[in-house]
Write a protein that binds this ligand. Structure first.
Ligand code: HEC
Ligand code: HEC
Ligand code: HEC
Ligand code: HEC
Ligand code: HEC
Ligand code: HEC
Length: 425
């Protein structure tokens, strides 16, 4: 009896404890994997110096195609460490094609999703890879930069544009219409006189002086020779000649709308628009020097060594690199030698957007000259544009002194932007 009872107890106990063991084991496995993945993500350094080094590496090698927050040519890298393990990320960065060709399902899916764009291979040490991942992780934790609403300037621009249209096209149209109306009035007046004269002549019982008036011929020659008419015609002639000469003088070399065919069908719409590649990536001089610079074929090769290599147009880049010949781009914008223009002064110091002077380049399949680049264009912007003094201690005193003298904001004109020698050598 006792034996049976203890036997039952023992069986129960074993059953319970084996259940317990299974449960314990399960718990342990879950914890272990948890710890492992925590360790995986934790192996990414957080030291600010390393993060800083990672940012530099990222900006130099990845930023053309990747942002942390938001998609460019490649996917957004936010929270990369949460969706991929460190070893996978490192292998993919070093040689994505190797990972894809190994048949890794995630890598193949990404490659398909991004239209088989090949990410270039990189030659990094493990420290460098850690630094890049550290930067991505650090940046992921930050809120994305919110694009500032710039509605006010847009409205201002629209008004300016309208004013410009009125200046040019509408004024000419209004003038032409006025002239037409004047001519029509003259014709109607002439016809009325004719009808009236006929009517008077047909009436027999006219007084003597009325008859004289009715039979009076209109003396065209006398009128032409009269002083007011001579004066008026001379004035008109002189004005026209002066205007033509002035127009001619000031329009030398003006090529607004010029859009030459380029040796390679390079499209800003694709590169700067669709793929949002930064203007500075190719035009490396805009913030540093007078010239914006046209990129060399090597910059194209950063991407086209792997992207669209079978395209005929892209192969022209390869030919240029192989033969060590520069691509002969046709220059679109060209000031005469007598004028001095500096990009860094306008872009970096002045904070003027490329589009203000060049139009919506990122929508152009072929670059077209947007502004007329005349002296009048430079000068009127200098008269209207406020100096961008924010965060520029050099201007603080100037602004202070100016505000004492005047209620108007400090414009480029006020800092000497209309002096001949600033723009002419
Ligand atoms: C020429 C453009 C280009 C450059 C440069 C580039 N990538 Fe990529 N990257 C891509 C594309 C496109 C993909 C999508 C996968 C594919 O098409 O192969 C990708 C995918 C990735 C992925 C996988 C993302 C995910 O969601 O799993 C990582 C990680 C990555 N890139 C990191 C980097 C890092 C780090 C650098 C700089 C060292 C870099 N890439 C430079 C284009 C680029
Ligand atoms: C940051 C990467 C990048 C750089 C740098 C770059 N391209 Fe591209 N390019 C692209 C991408 C992406 C496409 C679109 C590929 C597609 O349509 O699948 C493209 C498309 C093209 C095409 C059209 C190819 C075709 O037949 O559809 C031409 C031509 C071209 N690029 C020329 C250039 C030239 C010239 C340069 C250098 C001045 C240059 N690219 C620099 C990424 C780049
Ligand atoms: C991928 C490289 C690349 C990017 C990105 C790029 N450009 Fe260009 N840009 C070129 C090349 C190459 C040329 C010369 C061929 C041409 O005129 O299309 C050029 C020409 C120009 C010209 C005309 C130069 C002349 O001959 O007078 C202007 C203006 C210009 N780019 C402005 C911009 C602006 C603004 C952006 C950004 C919105 C931008 N570019 C982005 C490569 C680039
Ligand atoms: C204030 C007006 C203005 C702004 C802003 C401006 N440009 Fe220009 N850009 C010009 C003028 C004027 C020329 C002609 C210069 C010459 O012929 O010496 C020019 C010429 C160029 C050229 C032809 C090559 C060269 O080196 O001169 C490129 C490329 C160019 N600009 C790109 C840009 C880009 C990219 C930006 C924005 C980052 C920009 N520009 C901003 C007025 C401007
Ligand atoms: C903000 C810059 C700027 C200032 C200030 C400026 N110019 Fe000019 N000027 C230009 C540019 C750019 C051109 C070339 C474009 C053109 O022909 O319209 C030019 C052209 C000229 C031309 C015509 C030359 C030709 O061959 O067509 C004359 C003359 C001239 N400037 C004289 C002056 C005088 C005098 C002053 C001072 C009162 C002056 N400029 C101030 C920018 C400036
Ligand atoms: C869209 C407006 C705009 C246009 C167009 C423009 N500029 Fe300017 N320019 C500026 C601004 C803003 C500054 C002030 C930059 C600063 O804060 O120093 C400036 C400054 C300058 C300066 C330095 C003036 C000084 O006293 O330090 C020169 C020189 C100059 N521009 C030449 C030109 C020439 C030449 C052209 C025409 C080919 C031109 N700019 C067209 C906006 C413009």
């Amino acid at each position: 009896m006792l034996e049976r009872q203890s036997m039952m107890l023992f069986k129960k106990l074993t059953a319970r404890s084996s259940l317990l063991v299974v449960m314990m084991f399960g718990l342990f496995t879950v914890m272990a994997t948890g710890i492992a993945s925590a360790q995986d993500a934790a192996s990414i350094p957080t030291d600010p110096a390393v993060v800083g080094a990672g940012k530099t590496l990222f900006d130099d090698n990845c930023a053309v195609c990747h942002k942390v927050h938001g998609q460019l040519l490649g996917p957004a890298l936010k929270d990369l460490s949460k969706r991929r393990d460190v070893a996978w990320s490192k292998a993919f960065i070093l040689n994505s094609q190797k990972v894809i060709q190994s048949g890794d399902a995630d890598a193949v899916a990404l490659y398909e999703e991004y239209g088989k764009l090949e990410m270039p291979a990189h030659d990094f040490s493990d420290d460098e890879l850690n630094a890049i991942l550290a930067y991505i992780k650090d940046e992921s934790a930050k809120a994305p930069e919110v694009a500032q609403a710039e509605e006010a300037p847009a409205a201002e621009e629209a008004v300016q544009e309208l004013a410009g249209i009125f200046d040019n096209k509408y004024m000419s149209i209004i003038l032409a219409v006025n002239l037409l109306i004047l001519v029509l009035i003259l014709i109607v007046l002439g016809l009325t006189i004719n009808v009236l004269t006929k009517y008077l002549n047909e009436k027999a019982e006219l007084a003597e002086e009325d008859r004289e008036l009715a039979s009076q011929r209109f003396d065209f020659r006398a009128m032409l020779a009269s002083k007011p008419v001579v004066f008026f015609v001379t004035l008109l002639f002189v004005t026209l000649v002066t205007k033509t000469v002035l127009d001619g003088l000031f329009s030398i070399g003006v090529q607004q709308g010029y859009a030459p065919t380029q040796p390679i069908a390079f499209s800003h719409e694709v590169h700067a628009g669709q793929y949002e590649i930064d203007c500075n990536y190719c035009h490396t001089g805009v913030t540093k020097s007078k010239n914006a610079n046209i990129p060399s074929a090597n910059i194209c090769m950063n991407c086209h060594s792997t992207i669209k290599t079978d395209s005929e147009e892209v192969q022209k880049i390869f030919a240029a690199v192989e033969n060590n010949q520069p691509i002969e781009w046709v220059r679109v914008h060209n000031l005469p030698d007598l004028a001095y223009f500096n990009h860094a002064q306008h872009v970096k110091v002045g904070g003027v957007e490329c589009q203000t002077c060049h139009g919506e380049i990122q929508e152009m399949a072929v670059v077209k000259q947007h502004a007329d680049l005349t002296m009048g264009w430079c000068v009127s912007c200098h008269r209207e544009t406020k100096v961008n003094a924010e965060g520029n201690p050099y201007y603080d005193k100037l602004v202070e002194a100016h505000n004492k003298r005047s209620k108007e904001p400090l414009t480029v004109e006020d800092i000497g932007g209309l002096e001949c020698s600033k723009c002419h050598y």
